[in-house]
Design a protein around this ligand. Sequence first.
Ligand code: GLN
Length: 470
Amino acid sequence: MRNIIDVTNESIGRATDLRYGPDGLNIIVATNRRSSIAAAEDVAAAYGSGTAMPLAGVPIAVKDNIATLDMPTTCASRILAGYTSPYEATAITRLRSSGAVIVAKTNMDEFAMGSSTESSAYGPTRNPIDPERAPGGSSGGSAAAVAAGIVNIALGSETGGSVRQPAAFCGVVGVKPTYGRVSRFGLVAFGSSLDQIGVCARSVREAELATYVMSGLDPLDATSADVTVPPLPDMTGSARPESLKGLTVGIPTEYFPDSLEPDVRAKCDSAIDKMRELGASIVNVSLPHTALAIPVYYIIAPAEASSNLARFDGVRFGPRAASAADLRTMYDATRSKGFGAEVQRRILIGTYVLSHGYYDAYYRKAQAVRELISRDFTNVFGSGVDILFTPTTPTPAFKLGAVTDPYEMYMSDIFTVTANLAGIPAISLPIGRVRGLPVGGQLLAKHFDEPRMFRAAEALEAALGEGAHQ
Ligand code: GLN
């Protein structure tokens, strides 16, 4: 095993490399060499004295909305400029106890609202595959950190596709666990009934390992689930195409609309062929309420966000607008200056759909439709389907600045927000390239069926081999 301190130093070296800072791809927003090296020394000592550590010395980058003690947590927002949390996320504590070393915080859309990392107060991240293009979002910095080789594992967060969509755009693996699988304690809340910490990684197995290490009941998060954590994957065996015999893979017609880019469809078709060759039986299925997912998401997520973001008013967190006549004026000035345009839009939508007179028409109706979307999944999984396969996004990465209409931006999550609304686990993995740009394929499973999801993903990944990046 290579020296843990050297591995940490090399990763910090990459994280602090000017190419990845504000004048380059703008992937990394904070590092703390001293505390990362100190952590690596502790891990080296514990490991040396025989403590079992599944992630001993593995460098990890963390999205800037997950609380860390030794680096700021700003959600890429001016309203949290310079803010460092007095406590650490449970997911981070668990990674550290497993030997992981946190080396950097990554860029993101402000408060995780966006699909391109362009709404960051630090400016956009560039996609390492093609710097003219967006890395996706909101965990664009985490996906890019893996794609650029800064780390093999990076944490992101999902409210509506924010790990899987950037993973697809950057050609890496992206996982959203079942809602409740990973504690949300220390993840800055956006839409609390949807939020979940997820993982970007170079391989399915690394993503699986990091997910399970973070998983399990946490008394600090009342929505974390008391469900047994599956055994950690064996990291020493070499990846072999496993048989998918006995597995029924459903292909939902709604995820393959006529408008889907033919090249993206072709890559999906080859991935489906591979799964068939591996022994899976492929069946067509229908999730009839899919088209309602984006409208429903854009009522529920902003409603919850408008409540969650009320705490950022200049009193407890971050900078306060100077010299205001009274408290109300101070709130207004702090929030108007501190929040960017997209965050303000969400707060306005959210307070509108929750307001007296509109609550029933929008919020309550959206909750009912969310239930229908959930039931679509329950029905197909109840009919003998084990796993669903879909494209992760309708198109590969778009150019920075190319999508200016908020509605068009929202539509890039059309295939991913359904899993968040239903709370089921999902993974995106690279399935090939179109015009040199990565295309992601998505596998969805029933609640807490991550083991089957990872097994299918790993078999597909191995069967695609180099083809996943060509
Ligand atoms: N792009 C979606 C949004 O802007 C999803 C964000 C997320 O998952 N954090 O809300």
